[in-house]
Design a protein around this ligand. Structure first.
Ligand SMILES: NC(=O)c1ccc[n+]([C@@H]2O[C@H](COP(=O)([O-])OP(=O)(O)OC[C@H]3O[C@@H](n4cnc5c(N)ncnc54)[C@H](O)[C@@H]3O)[C@@H](O)[C@H]2O)c1
Length: 297
């Protein structure tokens, strides 16, 4: 049975971003009312101008604030009387240059986890009672980083793997209800967050060129990702992966993970770029260069 989005109320975090705003537009076209939340009120106000004021509620929300996240759900009920779908989509990565676990700024590492993992948890927790009551859906924007090695992007990748499991756990916990939870796995999508790996940061760009074959690096437009998300909501799909080339890697991830980790540890050019990165980091505790494979490699 198709889940009909007409007259449903959908809350989106990170709604002013590339994937959030493209998804908002397509949900609106299906008849949904929207609660658009993001860091800056001006950004969600600007997006909301595209829609009929009766069907949109733009609110500033920093998902690191649990109280504010619950208040957004209360305001949603005040305006629309219900909440059906929550898309926990807000996300960040490094502000500028990528970092390694040994050399990155500790506060930045923890802030990324605060937003990308705990921000999702807070959104789920605040929205869940209403979503369950309305037989609705929770969607969580994870990433292909849930199964790609997160080298030089560890707080992001660790959070994306964690929110994948959070959502899978929730889906099963909701088994006794008619509500569902789904994981969204965007591949590279042309938005602000992906810019460092596409020319915004020279080192990040070179690293991703070395790690990924070009078909996997080809970014999709946020509208394509949004179409996949809307289709996934309509079919209550447990997994929403786009572009499709990532679906087979997800299927084979047991083998793919082992081969990728093995390969990257031995890849001379990639390891050279990592050393270059370490030399630029705030904490200059460099890993001593090693020669050749180790017994536990
Ligand atoms: N673009 C990609 O290649 C890609 C790939 C995989 C996953 N994703 C994920 O997709 C989601 C959407 O990202 P996007 O591609 O649209 O990037 P984006 O940078 O355009 O959007 C992210 C949005 O999150 C908001 N945000 C950041 N911190 C926040 C906070 N503390 N509270 C509330 N909002 C906050 C930003 O203001 C921004 O509008 C993110 O979770 C991202 O990790 C993106």
């Amino acid at each position: 049975m198709t889940y009909d989005l007409n007259r449903k109320v959908v809350l989106i975090t990170g709604a002013a971003g590339g994937i959030g705003s493209a998804t908002a537009r397509q949900l609106y076209a299906r008849g949904a009312s929207l609660v658009l939340t993001d860091m800056q009120q001006s950004a969600v106000d600007c997006l909301a101008q595209e829609f009929d004021g009766a069907r949109v509620l733009p609110l500033a929300l920093d998902v690191t604030d649990a109280g504010a996240t619950k208040a957004v759900v209360r305001k949603t009920i005040e305006k629309f009387g219900r909440l059906d779908v929550a898309l926990a989509n807000a996300g960040i990565s490094w502000r500028g240059t990528p970092g390694t676990i040994m050399g990155c700024d500790e506060r930045e590492f923890e802030h990324i986890v605060e937003v990308d993992l705990f921000g999702v948890w807070r959104t789920i927790r605040a929205a869940l009672p209403e979503v369950v009551r309305n037989e609705g859906q929770i969607l969580v924007t994870s990433s292909v980083y849930a199964f790609l090695n997160g080298v030089a992007n560890a707080p992001y990748a660790a959070s994306k793997a964690a929110v994948e499991m959070l959502t899978r756990s929730l889906r099963v916990e909701l088994g006794g209800t008619t509500a569902t939870a789904s994981v969204v796995y965007p591949g590279w999508t042309a938005t602000a967050i992906a810019k460092p790996a596409f020319g915004g940061n020279a080192l990040a760009t070179r690293m991703s060129e070395v790690v990924l074959p070009s078909p996997l690096r080809r970014p999709i437009q946020p509208e394509q990702m949004a179409r996949a998300i809307v289709k996934g909501i309509e079919s209550r799909s447990p997994r929403i992966i786009a572009p499709g080339r990532w679906a087979s890697i997800n299927l084979l991830r047991g083998v793919f993970n082992a081969v990728m980790d093995w390969h990257l540890r031995r890849h001379a050019r990639f390891q050279g770029l990592l050393r270059e990165l370490e030399a630029q980091q705030p904490v200059r505790s460099r890993v001593p260069a090693h020669t050749g494979a180790t017994a536990n490699g």
